[in-house]
Design a protein around this ligand. Structure first.
Ligand code: 4AD
Ligand code: MG
Length: 467
């Protein structure tokens, strides 16, 4: 076969240089047709659209034709011609075909219409489906949207460590990192484990949040953001929780809670607009196949201000709903941590748009949040989204050393391990704020997927660590 440099399917479909000989490579989605002419749908991941290859059966070796099966990988030289069929501009009239990789009839993606559960079991192959190709292209584009937003605003991309010895959220949901022989643990006299012999000479774990380190960066470089994997060993098997997820955490010096909310709202809207501007083909497919209101919902959020109210006001609305006969699975009262059903009631039933809840009871929030004068609430802000519930959690930070230390003690956060964090309050402290956006929760909203396992390539959840 004549050596021609490969052109991506996305470029071929846009091309109008009809009559030229080009090379396309990709995976066969299907082959159909008659004894005389076959039509091969070829996809190379560059777009949701397939390139149609027209094969004049009689001019090819029978053995080659037989090997053009669903899932096989082929390289085709052919003439780019204007397409006869609707919905595509160009197709390829095959001149020469090489089978790069065969796929026999055990290939699991033979026919369409597999369940999402089945596709999760073949996560190594699911990016070859239309759905997951679309989702993962959108995921890439959303990552670009994140960097674009912060870079243009003068935030520095700052990398927090993944292995750490501090529990930022204080929830004790950390995965331990150790090289110790678990069958022969060295113990202290009192029976506790002696970490002197461990790799780091102390107990270490995977991070639950890069925030504490991001605060150090904000208190020196002004504004920064992290964007990386975070790990939580919370045993919650829900469609919204992963044990390994990606989080974006901006942190800004000299910013108080209102400006923090403004930035969060602007940021989410930037990402949504980016999705509409850059991923419309993929989003349209998902809109058609999974969620007929997807595009409408994205537009709606873009065009409306987020409703801002306090936790106390929110709870009042929920209590009134209960009084009027609305049934929630979990009880709601001042002081309760809101469940997803409560958050979604406020968003979907009551305000009918995204909500920012502020000033939560201090008992249900982390030690680092700035305390309000009422001594009951902290300057927290959660952004709640339709279909998702909490998509962002953030706050103004407690910049006063004494108050911070007191709160840490009350919440039993070991301050000796975060001496470096407390130093920022000791040396040149300043008001500052930040928040964390769960990347996969954003992706749930943008793709219309209903299970968080379907917006990350290889989900990590309780009892699942395949691939
Ligand atoms: O509300 P969280 O726990 O806040 C923090 O971690 C803060 N340190 C953020 C900050 O202020 N810099 O988590 C933030 C967001 C949540 O709103 C949610 O979107 C997402 O992270 N998230 C998860 N996403 C998937 N799986 C999980 N198990 C998640 N836990 C939190
Ligand atoms: Mg939260």
């Amino acid at each position: 076969m004549e050596k021609i440099r490969r052109t991506k399917v996305s470029d071929l479909l846009k091309s109008e240089t009809f009559g030229t000989i080009v090379n396309a490579r990709g995976w066969v989605r299907s082959r159909r047709g008659s004894k005389k002419v076959n039509f091969v749908a070829l996809n190379d991941g560059s777009t949701i659209n397939n390139l149609q290859i027209v094969v004049d059966v009689e001019s090819f070796d029978e053995e080659i034709i037989k090997k053009i099966t669903t899932g096989s990988c082929i390289s085709v030289n052919g003439e780019l011609v204007a397409s006869q069929g609707k919905g595509q501009s160009a197709e390829l009239q095959a001149k020469d075909i090489v089978i790069l990789g065969e796929a026999d009839n055990t290939y699991p993606l033979q026919k369409k219409g597999h369940t999402m559960e089945f596709l999760r079991e073949i996560a190594h192959l699911r990016p070859r489906t239309n759905t997951f190709g679309a989702v993962f292209r959108i995921r890439h584009n959303m990552a670009m949207a994140v960097h674009d937003f912060f870079h243009k605003k003068g935030f520095y991309y700052f990398n927090a460590p993944l292995i750490t010895s501090s529990d930022c959220e204080g929830a004790g949901e950390m995965f331990q990192v150790t090289t110790m022989n678990l069958y022969d643990l060295k113990k202290n006299e009192d029976g506790t484990i002696n970490y002197d012999y461990d790799f780091f000479g102390k107990q270490a774990a995977l991070t639950v949040s890069g925030q504490l380190e991001a605060e150090l960066a904000a208190m020196s470089m002004g504004a920064c953001y992290t964007f990386g994997p975070t790990f939580r060993a919370e045993n919650s098997n829900t469609p919204r929780h992963l044990a390994e997820f990606w989080m974006i955490e901006p942190e800004m010096a000299f910013v108080e809670i209102d400006e923090n909310m403004d930035l969060a709202e602007e940021f989410v809207k930037h990402c949504l607009k980016w999705a509409l501007d850059n991923c419309m083909e993929d989003i349209s497919f998902l809109n058609k196949m999974f969620d007929k209101e997807l595009i409408e919902r994205i537009h709606f959020v873009l065009e409306h201000d987020f409703k801002r109210l306090t936790y106390t006001e929110g709870v009042k609305i929920l209590e009134e709903a209960v009084a009027k006969g609305h049934k929630f699975e979990y009880p709601v009262f001042w002081g309760a941590d809101l469940a997803s059903e409560h958050e979604r009631y406020l968003v979907e039933d009551h305000f009918k748009r995204p909500v920012i809840l502020t000033d939560y009871p201090k008992e249900i929030k982390s030690f680092y949040m700035k305390q309000n004068d009422d001594d009951k609430t902290v300057r927290a802000m959660d952004i709640l989204f339709p279909k998702i519930g909490e998509i962002i959690g953030g706050s103004q930070r407690e910049e006063n050393l004494e108050k911070l230390e007191k709160r840490a003690k009350e919440m039993e956060v070991p301050t000796k391990d975060i001496w470096w964090y407390l130093d920022t309050r000791r040396y040149g402290t300043a008001p500052h704020s930040g928040f964390g956006l769960g990347f996969e929760r954003l992706l749930l909203f943008v793709t219309g997927m209903t299970n968080i396992r379907d917006v990350i390539p290889f989900p990590r959840t309780p009892n699942n660590c395949e691939f």
